[in-house]
Design a binder for this molecule. Structure first.
Ligand code: ZN
Length: 142
């Protein structure tokens, strides 16, 4: 299996079996909704922060396989990190999909699977939608 096949497998697996899907609608979670009109992607995220640490993230929405799978991967990568670390990882994800290789690949974990999106500029908004939503949510509770 070459790297591109591996990346595609990560994306399809997270699309078919999304992690942390479904919202809690409880007061301990902060909610943000964002959409991506260019593709019709619609994204809801919730974050639970305690003592500066991301304790939990929930995601729900509808749209293309890139946006939906990326939301699943995002939750898995960011849960357990401090707010500051999470914001750095989010920024590294943006840099990666834009084509910058000066990033901390290790902390991106499975999110590295979206590296190929740089070759498809129209899909960058799909890949980053959930990350933009959680970034907004984190900054609002910070
Ligand atoms: Zn999309």
């Amino acid at each position: 299996m070459d790297l591109n096949q591996l990346y595609r497998a990560v994306i399809m697996d997270n699309y078919k079996n999304p992690k942390n899907k479904g919202l809690n609608h409880t007061d301990d979670f902060h909610f943000v909704h964002l959409n991506n009109p260019s593709c019709g992607d619609d994204m809801n995220v919730e974050v639970k922060v305690e003592d500066g640490i991301i304790k939990d993230i929930r995601q729900d929405g509808h749209g293309c396989s890139i946006s939906m799978s990326s939301a699943s991967v995002m939750t898995d990568v960011l849960i357990g990190h401090t707010i500051d670390d999470a914001l750095k990882i989010i920024n590294d994800f943006y840099e990666m999909v834009k084509g910058n290789d000066e990033i901390d690949e290790e902390s991106l974990g499975e999110a590295i699977a979206y590296k190929g999106v740089r070759s498809f500029p129209a899909r960058i908004k799909c890949a980053t939608l959930a990350w933009k939503a959680i970034e907004k949510a984190i900054n609002e509770v910070k």
